[in-house]
Design a protein around this ligand. Structure first.
Ligand code: SF4
Length: 268
């Protein structure tokens, strides 16, 4: 389910169908999955989507989803698809598809494949800046859209910390998928409502007041607070400055910390 409330992109077992109400589609991934992960059925599916799923995108287009602005496709930005992304972006715009092209948050299994999913620390910001600026050029010259480049995705801003919660597969309540700090577990610590109304969780909502420098003084703070997941995974502090923002690279990047359950309330 997209933040807008529209069902726009999912991986699932439903058979291909042109019916908008039940259409579930997987658009595929250009990612090369390391051999040791290929046994995982879900990872295998993501890396090698069946042809009928590509046909499913066509079915959604034929059903008029894109014309109504209800179809979005998401991909991360990674070394494997970097050069193709301007063409992918242009194709989605031409179809009327909303492109969601995102700097990946490196956590969970992604941490194992870190170098497949992100760029070397020394060049990451410059790579993202160049891509965002090229996508903006395409939007302004070919489609009449304009926006200000900033993380974590082009032509949009993250507002999840102010509007969202994420429930993981064990009932742990997080601010978003990228910040895997649990503020409580449903059942053990009360209901979902109990957990999201605690003072601690409500403190997440005040992200724009709490975010560290240089984000705090950034002229874009009203429309951007960076990627909180990227900050959390890089530093252990969900309110640290975005580590790959190309607008704050004159500041020493946060030090990467060991991944794991440290600082998490899950008790593991
Ligand atoms: S410095 Fe922070 S608030 Fe400013 S654009 Fe970068 S991530 Fe966004």
């Amino acid at each position: 389910m997209h933040r807008s409330g529209n069902p726009v992109l999912a991986a699932g077992e439903d058979p291909p169908t042109p019916e908008p109400s039940s259409a579930i589609v997987h658009a595929g991934s250009a990612l090369e999955i390391p051999e040791h992960l290929r046994a995982d059925p879900f990872v295998r599916y993501m890396s090698d989507p069946p042809l009928e799923d590509i046909a499913n995108v066509d079915a959604l287009l034929e059903a008029g989803f894109a014309k109504e602005g209800r179809l979005a496709l998401e991909t991360i930005i990674c070394p494997q698809n970097y050069e193709d992304l301007p063409d992918m972006w242009r194709w989605m715009r031409q179809q009327g598809i909303i492109p969601e092209v995102e700097i990946p948050t490196i956590h969970g299994r992604a941490a194992v494949n870190h170098m497949s999913l992100s760029f070397d620390e020394a060049e990451a910001s410059a790579k993202y800046r160049a891509l965002f600026e090229e996508l903006l050029r395409i939007d302004e010259t070919e489609f009449g859209f304009t926006w200000i480049p900033h993380p974590p995705f082009p032509a949009g801003s993250c507002t999840l910390f102010e509007t969202n919660c994420y429930v993981n597969d064990r009932g742990g309540v997080q601010p978003c998928a990228g910040v895997d700090k649990e503020f409580g577990i449903i059942g053990r610590d009360g209901t979902l409502a109990d957990i999201v109304t605690t003072a601690e969780f409500q403190g997440v909502r005040r992200v724009r007041e709490r975010v560290a420098e240089p984000c705090a003084s950034c002229d874009l703070i009203d429309v951007c607070y960076g990627c909180r997941g990227a900050s959390y995974q890089a530093t252990g502090d969900m309110f640290a400055a975005d580590p790959v923002c190309f607008r704050n690279q004159d500041v020493t990047p946060p030090k990467r910390v060991t991944q794991g359950c440290e600082g998490c309330s899950c008790g593991s």
